[in-house]
Design a protein around this ligand. Sequence first.
Ligand SMILES: [Zn+2]
Length: 290
Amino acid sequence: MYAPNSMDIYNFYAAQGVRVRVTPEQCDGKLSLNVFGRRDRGSKHPKRSRPVNEMTLAICKNPPIIDSDTFLKTQFKKKAKLQVSPRTGTAKTTMLSGLVKCAICGRAMSPSGSSRGVRYFTCSGKRNYAAGTCTSKSIKVAALEKIVTDDILRYATNPKVIDMFHAMQGSKLTAEQSHEVNLLQQETAKLDIEIDNLLDACSAGNATAIEYLNKRIEKLDNRKHDILNRINEIKKETENVISLFSGIEIENVPYILAHGSVDEKKNVCQFLLNVVLFTNADDVKVYYKM
Ligand SMILES: [Zn+2]
């Protein structure tokens, strides 16, 4: 594994129930972390596919290759991929689902079921209401997809747009901010351990001791909340931007549109587009989020 021994990574694995063989003090971000499955004789699982509670997190002596943010993003992406629902990819799905609106009446347009293999985007005002509610034309799904794909390709290869995406993606925590956050996270993890120890002591103590221990616990807990608030303050400003733009690399968009699955193309459209306003095949307006 190439991720640094930072508290972000420590917390990411600890939260999933990986056995943590590392103390918070050791997580200064300078070395890398390794996750391994031990050769437990009792385990029914092969080494590579152990459940997380049979995995162990330990420090290895090499410097990290990527930063915590990048590593965690790839982990979340992997998870997101696994969650793709099995219903997607059915005949009704198109990459534009939920994005197309009729410019004449403002209602949503959705793809019809396939009749002899050809599907149409039709205004719901035309489909569901009495004849004449909306006079808009329908358009073949493939034809509308082609128009929008061409529009996105022009957008995603425009140097100004690419620069804009890079500028947004560059807004990570500064090195000093990351360092401060890591120190604060180390401190909260130590507080957790102290609180756990005090709770253990409570179960063995008498009434006076317990009262004293409870006061100590409350103090530690308050301190912990202060620290968590401070971490949130530091992260708040940059995080909205990061979460908006971490989903996709703008350079990959042309490749995905040419070779991706329906789900991948749909993901690109959801990520980039606000709405597609359809009047007729010669008048389709594509509105972008940025
Ligand atoms: Zn309409």
